[in-house]
Ligand binder design. Structure first.
Ligand SMILES: [Zn+2]
Length: 193
């Protein structure tokens, strides 16, 4: 019993030291923050966003033009996506392009696969456009993932001109309005366009 006492007595002491050090570090950091030039005082939402901005990597992933499906997107679409991706990141959401530009061959292959899956061309066209009709083939459409990113963009995309086009595809976005404008009514599916 007596052997354990010194150890039990020691722990609160070192804990106190750690707490004092943490408190001191916190006070110093707050002091620097408020003295910083041009920074808002206190912990405002803007201050938190600026902190998030300082942490962001130099190039948003949606601008990764080493990927050919991103490199061949329409320039305005890609830059709208980059702006949206930055805003999403401030909300803790990471926007990824799961599919951007597609060659005619790629689009035809997707359609062929959909015909096998859905049993008819008519049904397949509700989900996959033909190479002649697909906005992916012209670089004017992106599919977004993961689901929470698609939901975020569905809610905030119009601020960047980005709109969900088909009611049955929450992941598919195109530039369809001016930034801050209103998105056009959605088509029920790809076949009704
Ligand atoms: Zn799509």
């Amino acid at each position: 019993m007596t052997n354990h006492l010194p150890r039990l007595g020691f722990r609160p002491t070192s804990l106190t030291v750690v707490l004092v050090l943490l408190l001191a570090a916190g006070l110093t950091a707050c002091g620097q923050d408020e003295e910083g030039p041009g920074r808002p005082h206190g912990r405002s939402a803007t201050g938190l966003l600026q902190s998030a901005d300082r942490l962001r990597p130099p190039m948003p992933k949606v601008l990764d033009t080493s990927r050919v499906d991103i490199a061949r997107l329409d320039d305005d679409l890609r830059s709208a996506l980059a702006d949206a991706a930055r805003a999403a990141r401030a909300d803790g959401v990471r926007i990824e392009v799961t599919s951007g530009w597609r060659s005619r061959e790629h689009q035809q292959r997707l359609l062929d696969e959909a015909v096998l899956e859905y049993g008819s061309l008519e049904k397949a066209l509700e989900y996959v456009a033909s190479p002649d009709d697909s906005a992916h083939v012209t670089g004017d459409a992106v599919d977004i993932g993961p689901t929470e990113a698609a939901v975020w963009l569905g809610r905030h995309g119009s601020a960047y001109g980005l709109c969900q086009i088909f009611a049955n595809e929450i992941w598919h976005f195109e530039l369809a309005t001016s930034p801050g404008g209103e998105c056009p009514p959605m088509y029920a599916d790809g076949a009704s366009r």
